[in-house]
Design a binder for this molecule. Structure first.
Ligand SMILES: [Zn+2]
Length: 61
């Protein structure tokens, strides 16, 4: 079934393309979770984010 393999390859390619687009904003950020303080801190720029979820964007402005 070469058609199925082709579709699978396209899906993988689309996935990595989508990932590289959505993660491009965070390339410079390295978020570390500090559970004791209930916040995320970026070790690259020092930005802080309150909450449980890892931030998607860099807060450096
Ligand atoms: Zn940052």
């Amino acid at each position: 079934m070469p058609v199925l393999l082709l579709l699978l390859g396209l899906a993988v390619f689309a996935y990595f393309f989508w990932r590289s687009r959505t993660t491009s904003l965070t390339r410079d950020c390295r978020w570390r979770q500090h559970r004791s303080e209930d916040l995320w801190r970026c070790s690259a720029c020092g930005a802080e984010h309150k909450g449980m979820d890892e931030p998607n964007t860099c807060l450096r402005q």
